[in-house]
Design a protein around this ligand. Structure first.
Ligand code: UDX
Ligand code: UDX
Length: 457
């Protein structure tokens, strides 16, 4: 009998990951539980709570067969042998380490609930990104007061990116499993490796000690974010000197030691992970008294904020130092293409800064519009949403592209230009569009890290 799997937390990570395991391991029963009843209801409906290309098909194949979504966390714990914990671990907003450390309250509550309900031995797998050495705390919480049930804690961070989650899960670069160096630890690691080995080549499944696994997750995200900030810093220099950042990216990306990925300049990185994980790393460094290392990583986040401010400053400068009363069409609200997720989306900060300048902001996005009212509640009187990009641009003084949706590339910009107020400006915060063509149409075009193309002088 194959062991039953439970996942606590039906979010962006837990949902798709379990769906893939269910697809690839049809002989295992997998239950995903969450305290959020609306979310579970959505997982059980035809409108899944998150948008991911390919996810609907995977869920349709497995749901009701060996994949189940439920709010009954306690029953789930009792009936399972392997428990993935994938609850959110946001940045702390209060007390020590506020704005930096991870808020582990949900995670700890979950650990206590597992301890309370478990009637048999469990393997507990950390899926949430956690500070290094959290597994020790997890083991301590689980083992307190009870000796008759054995809990073995593993770390198995998830590296999927949103928008490509299903592809990333189907063909992961690597799967990382960290476990204790004891007979029980090694046996638990083997169990987890066995699950992934159903579809991932063995040489891509790495086993390490728990701390290395935890730290590798933070490090991977910090390195990726650092590349984005590095190229964005170069984009600022390009604007000052007349170099073209996309040409620089291509030139350096062909160096096999650097590689072509994650060197696309833009309005900065967003998403639930990069900022949170770097700040976590900063907090860890500070905890160990490593002030230089902390400052180094803090700089990556600081530059990301600067890049967004810079984007708005450029808009203001170009538009005669004022956007007050002007209509700005914001093309994109998601933090990247192919997701409806807006957590830490650069578009939020940019929209807010434009509202502070008293612009009237019209947001268009194929998937993320439902989030606008919540994310921009503080400046709701200046913000409207419009699903149709043509209508959003109608009568606008400028377009600001903040998300790299392909649909924005395929629009008829002659038609859009004709409907806008003149002079019409386009600020391409993702270097997504054909700027020469836009310039010929009549737009004054500002791309990131490139000289502007304008008709104004
Ligand atoms: C989460 C973490 O934020 C991230 O650090 C980690 O790497 C992976 O898991 P994500 O899946 O994107 O990422 O989070 P989210 O979409 O917020 O999902 C977490 C879910 O856990 C929510 O649906 C929430 O309702 C649920 N939850 C939270 C519980 O079921 N129980 C709790 O006690 C707290
Ligand atoms: C990231 C990691 O890639 C993933 O491994 C981890 O599990 C979670 O965090 P995600 O946040 O979903 O995934 O998206 P990602 O594709 O990494 O993009 C993050 C942000 O960086 C986006 O806002 C994106 O637009 C931006 N980005 C990315 C750039 O601005 N330039 C680039 O070259 C690449």
């Amino acid at each position: 009998m194959k062991k039953n799997i439970l996942c606590i937390g039906a979010g962006y990570v837990g949902g798709p990951t379990m769906a893939m395991i269910a697809l690839k391991c049809p002989d295992r029963r997998i239950t995903v539980v969450d305290i959020n009843a609306a979310r579970i209801a959505a997982w059980n409906s035809s409108e899944l709570p998150i948008y991911e290309p390919g996810l609907d098909e995977v869920v349709a194949q497995c749901r009701g067969r060996n994949l189940f979504f439920s709010t009954d966390v306690e029953k789930g714990i009792v009936e399972s042998d392997i428990i993935f914990v994938s609850v959110n671990t946001p940045t702390k907003t209060f007390g020590r380490g506020a704005g930096c450390a991870a808020d582990l309250q949900y995670w700890e509550q979950t650990a206590r609930q597992i301890r309370r309900c478990a009637k048999s031995d469990k393997i507990v797998v950390e899926k949430s990104t956690l500070p290094v050495r959290t597994a020790t705390a997890m083991t301590r919480i689980l083992s307190a007061e009870r000796t008759e049930v054995h809990f073995e804690v593993l770390s198995n961070p998830e590296f999927l990116a949103e928008g490509t989650a299903i592809e990333d899960l189907r063909h992961p670069d690597r799967v990382l499993v960290g476990g204790g160096d004891t007979p029980e630890g090694r046996a638990a690691v083997a169990e987890l490796v066995d699950i992934y080995a159903a579809w991932v080549p063995r040489e891509r499944i790495l086993t390490t000690n728990v701390w290395s696994s935890e730290l590798s997750k933070l490090t991977a995200n910090a390195f990726l974010a650092q590349r984005v900030s590095s190229i964005n810093a170069i984009s600022e220099l390009c604007e000052a000197t007349g170099a073209d950042v996309d040409e620089v990216s291509r030139a350096i990306g062909m160096d096999s030691r650097i590689g072509p990925k994650f060197i696309k300049a833009g309005v900065g990185f967003g998403g639930s992970c990069f900022k949170k994980d770097i700040l976590n790393l900063v907090y860890l460094c500070e905890t160990y008294g490593l002030t230089q290392a902390a400052a180094y990583w803090r700089g990556v986040v600081a530059f990301n904020d600067h890049q967004q401010e810079r984007f708005v400053s450029r808009i203001l400068r170009a538009m005669f130092n004022t956007v007050a009363g002007k209509r700005v069409a914001l093309f994109g609200f998601a933090f990247k293409a192919d997701t409806g997720d807006t957590r830490e989306s650069p578009a939020i900060a940019i929209a807010r800064m434009l509202c502070e300048e008293r612009a009237s902001v019209v947001v268009t996005d194929p998937k993320a519009l439902p989030a606008v009212a919540r994310d921009l509640a503080d400046c709701a009187d200046r913000v409207t949403v419009e699903p149709d990009p043509y209508k959003a641009a109608e009568g606008a003084d400028c377009i600001a592209v903040t998300t790299d949706w392909k649909v924005f590339r395929d629009l008829d910009y002659d038609r859009i230009y004709a409907s806008m107020r003149k002079p019409a400006f386009l600020f391409d915060g993702r270097n997504l569009l054909d700027r020469e063509a836009l310039f010929k149409t009549g737009f004054n075009v500002y791309s990131v890290g490139r000289s502007p193309l304008t008709h104004l002088d």
